[in-house]
Design a protein around this ligand. Structure first.
Ligand code: GLV
Length: 311
C-alpha cells in the first residue's frame, strides 16, 4: 500500500479525490489517499498545491516524490524545507486552456481590438488596413510544453512564428532561437510577443527597457507566464510612448494586482486575474497517477524540477 497526501486548498479535495482514486485504479496502484495525516513520516507521495508557502516539508522525511499541481514551481522552490524531488505539472488540459487564452489574445491584437474599443463615438477608423496572419510575426518566448503548444497553434493558423528558449529546440515547424543574440533576432521581428517562461533568476526582468527598445514600434505583448518576467516601469513607459501598442497581462509581481496599479487604468492594457489557464483535474490526475506509477516501477519521474535551474 502506498500512502499519498493531497495537500491543497480545502475546496479542491472533494473534486480531486474521486478522480485521483480512479486514476490510481487505472494504473493498478493501491493508494491510501488522504488530505490529513497525523503520521506525516509514513507518507510516500505529496500531491501538492499548497494554500501557504511556508509549510514545513521536513515532517515528511520519506517522500519519494512531491507532485505539484502547478505548472510553475517558483513559489514552491522558495520553501527552504524542500529537499525531496519535485515534479511540476504538465497537464494536457492546462495546455489546451493556455492555447485558448494565448490564441484568443493573439487574435485580439491581430484585429486591433484595443484601437476600436478605445475609439470615441463617431470615430470611424477607416485607415485600418487588415493584415493577414502571414503578415504578422508572433514570437513565443519559452518553448516548453505550454509555449510549444501556443506557438504551434499560431503557426497552424498561418502566423509567422518565431520561438525562443534557454536551450535550442529542434524539430519545431517554425524557427527557434536561443541565447541573447537569438532573443534580439526574435524581438526585432515580432509584432506580437508572448512570454511563457518560468520565473527564475535568469528570466527575471527579461522584458525591460533594453529588450523593449529592440522591439518593433507598435508591437503587442501577452504575458500569461509570470509577473517577474516584466520590468513594470519599463513596460508602462513603453506603453505611454506608444512603442508598445497593447499588453494583455495575466500575472503580476503582486497578486491580486492592487486596484491603484497603473495597469488597471491604462487604456491599452487588459488585465486578467491569473486565469489564463489552470490545472484541470480530469487530465491532471492521470498525469499524477502515471508519475507515481513510474516511481513505483523504479523509473525516474517525468518533469522533475532541476534545483539549479529552478524549474
Ligand atoms: C499557474 O500559474 C501554475 O503555475 O500552474
Amino acid at each position: 500500500m502506498i500512502n499519498a497526501l493531497f495537500s491543497a486548498r480545502e475546496a479542491l479535495w472533494p473534486v480531486y479525490r474521486p478522480i485521483l482514486e480512479s486514476a490510481f485504479a487505472d494504473q493498478g496502484l493501491e493508494v491510501a489517499l488522504t488530505n490529513k495525516t497525523d503520521r506525516p513520516e509514513t507518507m510516500d507521495y505529496l500531491i501538492y498545491a499548497p494554500a501557504r508557502e511556508d509549510d514545513d516539508l521536513s515532517i515528511y522525511p520519506n517522500l519519494k516524490l512531491i507532485q505539484s499541481l502547478w505548472a510553475g514551481p517558483d513559489k514552491l522552490m522558495r520553501n527552504k524545507t524542500l529537499t525531496k524531488p519535485m515534479a511540476r505539472m504538465v497537464d494536457p488540459g492546462m495546455t489546451q486552456g493556455m492555447v485558448d487564452y494565448v490564441f484568443g489574445h493573439i487574435m485580439r491584437h491581430h484585429l486591433d481590438v484595443n484601437r476600436f474599443s478605445n475609439a470615441k463615438p463617431g470615430e470611424w477608423l477607416l485607415d485600418w488596413g487588415p493584415s493577414l496572419p502571414a503578415d504578422r510575426t508572433v514570437a513565443v518566448l519559452g518553448i516548453g510544453a505550454l509555449g510549444m503548444a501556443c506557438a504551434q497553434a499560431a503557426h497552424d493558423y498561418g502566423f509567422k512564428v518565431l520561438g525562443w528558449s534557454r536551450t535550442q529546440k529542434d524539430g519545431a515547424p517554425f524557427t527557434c532561437y536561443a541565447g541573447q543574440d537569438g532573443l534580439k533576432t526574435v524581438l526585432e521581428q515580432a509584432d506580437i510577443v508572448v512570454t511563457l517562461l518560468p520565473n527564475t533568476p535568469a528570466t527575471e526582468n527579461l522584458i525591460d527597457g533594453e529588450t523593449l527598445s529592440i522591439m518593433k514600434d507598435g508591437a503587442a505583448l501577452i504575458n500569461p507566464g509570470r509577473g517577474q518576467l516584466i520590468d513594470d516601469d519599463a513596460l508602462l513607459a513603453a506603453l505611454n510612448s506608444g512603442k508598445i501598442i497593447g499588453a494583455t497581462l495575466d500575472v503580476f509581481r503582486i497578486e491580486p494586482l492592487p486596484a491603484d496599479h497603473p495597469y488597471w487604468h491604462h487604456p491599452n492594457v487588459l488585465v486578467t486575474p491569473h486565469v489564463a489557464s489552470e490545472t484541470r483535474p480530469s487530465t491532471a490526475c492521470i498525469v499524477v497517477a502515471d508519475n507515481m506509477a513510474r516511481v513505483e516501477r523504479g523509473e525516474t519521474a517525468l518533469h522533475l524540477i532541476d534545483p539549479d535551474l529552478k524549474y
